[in-house]
Design a protein. Structure first.
Length: 185
């Protein structure tokens, strides 16, 4: 494990990696090592995160082909248009670009806290999105508008990752709790 981490760190020399956490997954065909931004553990406020928020760096070793590829996943936000982009770190070629759907009001209900709104959505719609993610091995994206009792409204971007073992090994986008943008009243 230490060798995989050191190899990934050498590849990323010069990158700011403070607060990133290392993980390793291996099966008979691949070794996947990742450094993931610790910010993904809770909803990320995109208003204060700045442009080009990096979510993770992932290195995939194909044991059979004897190849190594390294990827960077990042968030790109332009107003309310939010995308997660995965790039090959060597060529800078975009491997995937996933846009969140347009925001929809979540049940027209007002909530005491943002967390209550997110949890209510996950309870009512999360199972269906998780099932689709596992069926297709493709991350599913949801965008909802959460309005609070005090009148503040937020655009909340949720990510539902496949959680079957096969799908997890194939993914380049780290698990993240969500992304939040405040909206003008």
């Amino acid at each position: 494990m230490a060798d995989q981490k050191q190899e990934l760190l050498r590849m990323l020399k010069g990158k700011k990696l403070k607060g990133y956490h290392f993980s390793l997954q291996e099966d008979e065909n691949k070794v996947v090592s990742s450094l993931t931004n610790s910010a993904v553990r809770k909803p990320i406020d995109l208003n204060s995160a700045g442009a080009g928020l990096i979510l993770s760096y992932t290195q995939v070793k194909d044991k059979k082909k004897k190849t190594i590829r390294t990827f960077k996943s990042e968030v790109e936000a332009d107003g309310s248009d939010v995308k997660i982009i995965v790039r090959d770190l060597i060529t800078n070629r975009v491997i995937s670009k996933n846009s969140f759907p347009p925001p929809t009001s979540h049940d027209g209900t007002r909530f005491r806290t943002l967390e209550q709104c997110i949890q209510d959505f996950r309870c009512k719609h999360g199972g269906e999105l998780q099932c689709e993610a596992n069926w297709t091995c493709k991350t599913q994206y949801a965008d909802l508008t959460c309005c609070l009792n005090n009148g503040d409204c937020f655009s909340v971007h949720l990510v539902f990752h496949p959680n079957s073992l096969l799908c997890q090994i194939l993914s380049n986008v780290p698990s993240l709790e969500g992304l939040v943008l405040s909206q003008a009243p």
